[in-house]
Write a protein that binds this ligand. Structure first.
Ligand code: GRF
Length: 203
């Protein structure tokens, strides 16, 4: 069975959405392991509740990257668990070259904007402040530059007149919970191919 790992730092609503799709028989994968750098991440709570193997590997030295030693530990566990696809779901650490090399074209991420617009933090706030009429979310392969890899799926969310950062983020997350499980499904079923910057969905 195709094995996926879920890496998350925050509340873990995307982790939950993927697990629910797996449980509903919609995605033919095993969740091999859930990893977090944050002891109070909701993703670890969900892992415990669902009886999924999980580890918290903290990084004390840096805020946004992993030290080489810590990163090696992540890679070691992912290899040990024979992971085919690494899904970042609000994992607040930049993935460095060594990690990327070990999982070449096997790491994906979800971002709360229509990339390449608004990379980086709090993309929904950036969109609101910019005044765009539409934003959304994007799943993409992970490359060394942040939020830059080939785009897999996108969903559009209109920005409403009375939106606050919270209401907009909530509607973006509703779409995330649809396109992230779908992305995992398409990859697990071998329906996704990459050619340069372009990702083809072969269905
Ligand atoms: C999501 O908005 C995702 O786009 C971003 O981090 C957030 C994680 O949310 N990369 P959650 O922890 O899955 O609720």
């Amino acid at each position: 069975m195709f094995k996926v790992a879920l890496l998350a730092s925050g509340k873990g609503s995307n982790v939950k959405a993927i697990i629910e799709s797996v449980k509903a028989g919609e995605i033919p994968v095993d969740i091999g392991v859930i990893l977090s750098d944050n002891t109070s991440s909701g993703a670890l709570e969900i892992a415990k509740k669902e009886g999924i193997k999980h580890y918290c590997i903290q990084e004390k030295r840096y805020k946004t990257i992993l030290s080489t030693k810590t990163e090696k530990e992540y890679v070691r566990i992912l290899k040990e668990c024979k992971i085919d696809l690494v899904c970042l779901a609000g994992f607040m650490r930049v993935i460095k070259e060594e990690f990327l090399k070990n999982f070449y074209q096997k790491i994906i991420n979800i971002h709360p904007s229509l990339l390449p617009a608004f990379p980086g933090l709090e993309a929904w706030k950036q969109a609101l402040n910019y005044g765009v009429k539409f934003t959304g979310c994007t799943t993409h392969f992970v490359e060394a530059d942040i939020d830059s890899g080939p785009i897999i799926l996108q969903a559009v969310v209109p920005v409403l007149k009375d939106d606050t950062p919270e209401t907009l983020h909530k509607r973006i997350q509703e779409k995330e919970h649809i396109i992230y499980p779908l992305t995992v499904k398409l990859i697990a079923e071998g329906k996704v191919s990459i050619s340069g910057r372009k990702v083809y969905i072969n269905i």
